[in-house]
Design a protein around this ligand. Sequence first.
Ligand code: MCA
Ligand code: AMP
Length: 516
Amino acid sequence: MTDKDMNLFTSLRAAFPEPLDATAIETEDGLCYSWRDLERASAMLANLLESLALPPASRIAVQVEKSVEAVLLYLATLRAGHVFLPLNTAYQSGEIAYFIGNAEPAVVVCSTKNFGWVSKIAFQAGARHVFTLDDDRTGSLLQRAAHCSDQHQPVPRQADDLAAILYTSGTTGRSKGAMLSHGNLLSNARVLQSYWGWRSPEQGGDVLIHALPIFHVHGLFVALHGALINGSRMLWFSRFDARAVVQQLPRATVFMGVPTLYVRMLAEPALDRAACRNMRLFIAGSAPLLIETFQEWEQRTGHTILERYGMSETVMLTSNPYLAAAGPRRGGTVGFPLPGVALRVCGDHGQVLPPGEVGGIQVRGPNVFQGYWRMPEKTREEFTDDGFFRTGDVGLIDAQGYVRIVGRSKDLIISGGYNVYPAEIEACINEMPGVAESAVVGVPHPDFGEVGVAVVIARPGASPQPDAILAALKATLANFKIPKRCHVVPELPRNAMGKVQKNLLRDTYRQLFQPG
Ligand code: MCA
Ligand code: AMP
């Protein structure tokens, strides 16, 4: 480690195209934020954070609707040397209480409509300040920042200093906070800038359609950093709307989405070659892209989607090639390890497997996180002795070097790009009156790729109702975690050891959402 300042904000700021007058972000309502607006407004928010005299590297927890102001708060947190902790807007009070209790943020920022319950949780957990921020540029955060100077010198940071904590659920127990440093995020942003051939403003520049949420890696880091570190304009959508995005395609050059976004855009009659005439690159990730979607997209638009693979703990790991000279983009694969990333496939005893053999995917590189927040044991378990991180994904490297993900050793459902951990849902269902046991499995779904189905065993003499079970879950868990169906059955299939055979359950319910 050197003494060189590695504050991520400083590097992003260095790419803002001078003289800062051009539009950096244009919203769907036609609001334009210049690069100067980003510089000054993030300075004001950083000065507000500094005026609070927080301990160094305080966590700033944020659960707000998507807005440019939320981006400014993220940039301000980096500038002020604190640690950004974004939270999915779908999380309910029980989920938020866990995250805030675990991370002990000094500052919590929430929507005005949630202030009552969020502030109670926050102050009980020792937070010093709770601000509000709404998606119409109102709230106490901006009111307070309005009094602050718009000049601010970023706090120097070292590569290993934390920039963000992203909670990612565990297969057992509660969510873990993946600690990402300035060095992790900056190295990944720089690699992607070059690997995906971002065009500098002098070369005519790129225009990114940003239609993803900004509380996960895909929207917050891959998309946002990609545009900022390249000085590229963003067309900003506060929520994904397939029709509106297709309408804006002729004004854009780059799009990033989870597979559901591509499926929904394909259902738009206006999606054709003409709409995509200025597009340079379509990127997909966060969940497996079906080969049918990949092929249909190619036929309709003339563009080959570039699929890549990453995790909250590692940011981006692999990518299909951008340049034709490096090879074709192959559907059903996630491409090659990115420059600087070492990726290997290992067997049950840790032995490195040859190409073509299926095993656990392990990775090492400057992008791999610093560990789980306050979970040194868990962190140690997930790393090998020679410093590789066990991803929990199962795959192979083919003869041409492309990585193919074939499954997961972690019991995880990826629904519309969001991770859902069956263990969390099962624990909630098992607490319900009349329930003896439950199993939640993922099955194919035409829109979300995969969705959860709950299979429940009743206690003797009880008759729990599927609709009541789902309604009770809805009252406690984020909406995307709720299984789309619930079945009460007499027994669960088990192996000789008594373990529930989820693969058999998946087979039983595989056709539930398939047309015809
Ligand atoms: C919404 N619903 C869902 C999902 N989203 N159900 C299952 N899975 C989902 N993903 C349900 C809601 O519970 C609700 O049901 C109904 O759909 C309508 O909700 P709404 O919010 O209006 O839905 P939407 O606006 O149509 O949202 C769908 C979406 C969204 C646009 C696909 O889920 C989305 O933005 N997904 C992207 C997630 C993402 O960015 N992932 C990246 C993670 P009800 O009415 O019954 O309540 S980062 C990552 O994975 C790694 C690092 C990586 O590699 O990138
Ligand atoms: P998260 O914990 O939200 O960061 O999700 C990371 C997980 O998403 C990975 O471990 C993979 O299981 C999955 N994932 C991300 N990108 C892809 C992809 N292109 N194909 C298949 N799975 C993916």
